[in-house]
Every structure is written in structure tokens, then in C-alpha cells.
Design a protein around this ligand. Structure first.
Ligand SMILES: [Zn+2]
Length: 395
């Protein structure tokens, strides 16, 4: 929170301001205002409108005819880990199929790492993401798979974000390979008790080779009883019960959603669960893209996130995911930018981030481009020129 004496700053001469408030500007879902200004007061947005009408402030920043949009909300990452999986990626790109088992490599490295090593790795990737415009991020445990290793991962993550997810049910721990039921008991019992104080969310990888629908239901229900809110890794590698379970349990998000039946799409359209698409995973595994167009046309709320993790999607770049979503998943540039900002906020059930509205958090990205469309139009180009987080310019 800001202190007692805050200063006000106006950013003027914004060619295109993305507000995500459809009552503003062009009345589109992005609420685009041309020739715009934004006033920051402390850690909040205090005013938006046309530059010519901007009020007087203590400080003034000239955007120079560039675009400003809300900081990205990356609602799905796995950043508490050690080691990397370069060889696995290289092998896969040389023709071997992806399977969930590669996680075991990261589990071994993570267990062997010190707290300091894990935190240094986490902050390295957070800084990397921040330089690319991510001002809110969620991250998960899931590479410890013991009571002590899962709880320490969450403790370390909680020092850096409020959006912490307990994913003891990432895979069945290799220590329980012969007795998955005993591992589910651990995840819903002693491990949950140790982890719940450090987390807001509970997640499960509902997939062949990980956890089936009944196990996922038991794990999420146990988490809910301890005050955690559910989200699910659902329908990534194959069709399955994950998406419909997510809607049934009012999970904030069903993540991946690559293999969906019509009934899955209908369920998402009728519930409050966001479909979070993670194209970095399909890119990095040469897998089939999720069909964003089908979801959007059905009225489903879609979020875009990185899934940043060392195995299947080692990118921290939301702009890269926006470009993929536009090129290969049928999203318009406007839809992709909305999904990576307001959509991510919806997937975290937040209304204070992901938009530029009076009273929302002053998390802003200044692009070295006149329009947000350039995020897809100029893929791979480092367009993020400035970042404000909680009203403070950090890039
Ligand atoms: Zn994931």
C-alpha cells in the first residue's frame, strides 16, 4: 500500500489507451481511448480520458504517441523449481513425443535445491516477466511432492505474490508409484494441512498418467474444505472429465482446454469458469493448438497465460503468447490482448487488475508502438518500453 503522502502523475500523449472498460472510448470490449491520458495517484488509477482534458498533477510523463495498456495478468505459471530440461526439449524437437513423466526430472532437482536457490530462480523469472509487462502473476507448487517440499515452495512463492496455488497433485509422486491412492490421501491430508496456510488456490493435473476425475474431485473438494479455491489443469493432452469437473466445482479456471467436446464447450459457456489457454505449451511440444475461436463464439470467457515451466512451456512472455493466439488460435488482436489482461484477472477472480479504470491498481504497460495490435503484428520484438506496478515505474 502507498504511504500517507502520495504524489500524482499524469501520462499524456497516449496514442491508444486500452482500458478494458466498455463504457469508455470506442465502447468496444477494450474501451479504447485515442489521444488519451491516465492519472496515477499513489498505487491507483485516479483518472482516464483525453489528453486535452487531463487534470493538473505533480508529475508528467509524455508517452510520445505510444500505446498504454493494463499490465499483463499471467494467471498460470510454475516458477518454483530448480534445474532445466534442455535435453528433453531438444529430444522432443528431434521427434520424441511429450509425456507428463518428464516432470520427475524437475522434481529431483527441486528437492535437491536450497530455499535460497529456489527463491533466486523464482525472482529471476519474475524479473524477466516484469520486463515483458507482467504485473500480476500466479504461480504453483508441484515440483516437491513431499509435505516439506510442497509447503516450502508455497512459502517461497507467497513472499512474491498473493496468487499462490497448491499443486501437490501435479503428478503422483515417484515415491508412491505403486500406490497412487496413498498419494491422494497424502495430498488431501497431511500435505494439504501444511500447504493451505500459504496458498489461495488448489489445482490438480487431471489427465491420463496423472489424476483421474474421481481423484481430482476428491483433491479439490478437500482443498475447498480448507478454504482453497479450485482451478484445474484440464483436457490438455486428451479428452477427459477435467473441464466439466471444473465447471461443476465452480473452479475459477480450467487451464489448457485443448481437447474439448461440444459438451465441454457448452459447460464452460454456461458456468463462471474461465478457459485459460496456454499456447506456449502447444508451441513447445508441437501439439495441436486450442481452438480459441470455438470458445469465444460459444460465449466462453477466455484467458491467455504463459504456463511458464521448465518442461513444456519455458517462456515468460505474454506478448509471445498473444502473437501465437492471433496467428494460430483464431483470436483477433483485441481478443488476445483482452484475454491476457482482463481475462487473466477473471481467471483469478480479481477486478482490481487487468483494466485501467478509476480505483483499479496502477499497473500499466507502455509499448514502443502506437497500438496494442503491434503485440501480434510485430511478434518476437521487445515492444515493452515502460512498466508501472502499483503506481511505481519499475521498467
Ligand atoms: Zn501448468
Amino acid at each position: 500500500m502507498s504511504g500517507t503522502s502520495t504524489s500524482t502523475t499524469v501520462i499524456t500523449n497516449i496514442a491508444t489507451l486500452v482500458t478494458n472498460d466498455p463504457s469508455l472510448g470506442d465502447r468496444s470490449p477494450l474501451g479504447l481511448i485515442q489521444d488519451a491520458a491516465v492519472v496515477i495517484d499513489g498505487d491507483r488509477i485516479a483518472w482516464t480520458g483525453e489528453t486535452s482534458k487531463a487534470p493538473a498533477t505533480d508529475n508528467r510523463v509524455d508517452a510520445g504517441g505510444r500505446a498504454v495498456l493494463p499490465g499483463f495478468v499471467d494467471s498460470h505459471s510454475h516458477l518454483v523449481f530448480a534445474g532445466d530440461r534442455t535435453q528433453e526439449f531438444n529430444a522432443r524437437m528431434s521427434g520424441r513425443a511429450y509425456s507428463a513423466g518428464g516432470i520427475r526430472t524437475t522434481v529431483a532437482a527441486t528437492r535437491a535445491a536450497s530455499d535460497g536457490e529456489l527463491e533466486a530462480n523464482l525472482t529471476r523469472y519474475l524479473d524477466e516477466a516484469l520486463r515483458q509487462g507482467t504485473t500480476t502473476f500466479e504461480t504453483k507448487s508441484g515440483y516437491g511432492l513431499t509435505v516439506a517440499d510442497e509447503s516450502r515452495a508455497l512459502r517461497i512463492a507467497a513472499a512474491h505474490t498473493d496468487e499462490v496455488t497448491y499443486l501437490g497433485a501435479h503428478i503422483v509422486s515417484p515415491d508412491y508409484a505403486d500406490d497412487p491412492a496413498a498419494y491422494v490421501s497424502l495430498v488431501t491430508g497431511e500435505m494439504l494441512n501444511a500447504c493451505a496456510p500459504h496458498a489461495r488456490w488448489i489445482d490438480v493435473f487431471c489427465e491420463k498418467g496423472a489424476f483421474d476425475g474421481d481423484q481430482a474431485r476428491a483433491i479439490l473438494t478437500a482443498g475447498r474444505a480448507k478454504g482453497l479455491h479450485p482451478r484445474i489443469h484440464a483436457n490438455q493432452l486428451s479428452y477427459g472429465p477435467g473441464v466439466q469437473l471444473a465447471v461443476e466445482l465452480d473452479a475459477a479456471s480450467a487451464d489448457h482446454c485443448t481437447h474439448l467436446t461440444d459438451a465441454d464447450v457448452d459447460a464452460l459457456a454456461s458456468g463462471a469458469t474461465v478457459a485459460t489457454l496456454l499456447p506456449g505449451a502447444e508451441f513447445s511440444t508441437r501439439a495441436q493448438w486450442p481452438d480459441a475461436r470455438r470458445l469465444l463464439d460459444a460465449g466462453v470467457t477466455v484467458a491467455l497465460s504463459t504456463d511458464c515451466n521448465p518442461g513444456s512451456s519455458f517462456t515468460s512472455s505474454v506478448p509471445f503468447c498473444i502473437a501465437l493466439a492471433v496467428r494460430d488460435m483464431g483470436m483477433t488482436p483485441d481478443e488476445a490482448v483482452w484475454a491476457a489482461t482482463a481475462g487473466g484477472a477473471a481467471a483469478l477472480r480479481r477486478d482490481d487488475v487487468g483494466r485501467v479504470a478509476v480505483g483499479s491498481r496502477a499497473d500499466l504497460v507502455l509499448l514502443d508502438a502506437p497500438s496494442h495490435v503491434h503485440l501480434a503484428y510485430r511478434p518476437g520484438v521487445p515492444l515493452v518500453r515502460g512498466v508501472w506496478r502499483r503506481g511505481v515505474r519499475v521498467v
